[in-house]
Ligand binder design. Structure first.
Ligand code: GRF
Length: 194
């Protein structure tokens, strides 16, 4: 059984999808050990409370530098005996010193078919707006390992969707998010089995 810590900055619907997959028995090799939020008061923290899971906010600007921020993250995931770190809408860049401690076990989900529509500034609806603007016919989501770049780590899995004619950003965003909720628990389960 592998212990997953989720890092989030927003609504935490992916965090919820992992929790739901675990409670439904679909991911027998996973358990959740806690949530790290990049700021207090986000919806993901409320979800953690309802799930009765530990949740802490670790705010980058509270630390003098990246090294100190990294140490605080490291201490928390160490206390939870974490095996896998799953970024789910975590909008803060992780310190390189932190990433270096966990080779191959920090993953992220991104709402496009990377390497397309990834990188600095591609988050939230901006991604889907750019996809539609570019006239793409397919899109999807990607789970990848985290390295020091933005959305540049090794791709572990993707789920592809056909874009409907006339589809709006909001409609597309909702469909991609639903695909994320299916893909992320599956990939984490696969990682946990390895
Ligand atoms: C998701 O679209 C994810 O791909 C991206 O941020 C969003 C997080 O959504 N990295 P949520 O907080 O899990 O609802």
């Amino acid at each position: 059984m592998k212990r997953v810590a989720v890092f989030a900055s927003g609504s935490g619907s992916n965090f919820q999808s992992i929790a739901d997959a675990i409670s439904s028995g679909r991911t027998p090799h996973l358990s959740l050990c806690g949530l790290i939020a990049s700021k207090p008061g986000i919806q993901a923290m409320e979800r953690a409370q309802l799930l009765d899971l530990p949740a802490v906010s670790i705010v980058k600007s509270d630390f003098s530098d990246d090294v100190e921020f990294g140490k605080a993250l490291l201490e928390q995931v160490g206390d939870w005996d974490t095996d896998i770190i799953a970024l789910a809408g975590f909008l803060v860049k992780l310190p390189p010193s932190f990433i270096a401690q966990f080779p191959g076990i920090i993953v992220n989900i991104h709402p496009s078919l990377l390497p397309k529509f990834g990188g600095y500034g591609f988050y939230g609806q901006k991604v889907h707006a750019a996809v539609l603007e570019a006239g793409e016919t397919i899109t999807g989501c990607t789970v990848h390992l985290v390295d020091e770049g933005y959305d540049t780590g090794k791709i572990l899995a993707q789920k592809t969707l056909l874009i409907h004619p006339g589809e709006t950003v909001v409609e597309l965003a909702a469909r991609v998010l639903k695909a994320e909720h299916e893909l992320y628990p599956e990939v984490l389960e696969r990682l946990a089995r390895e």
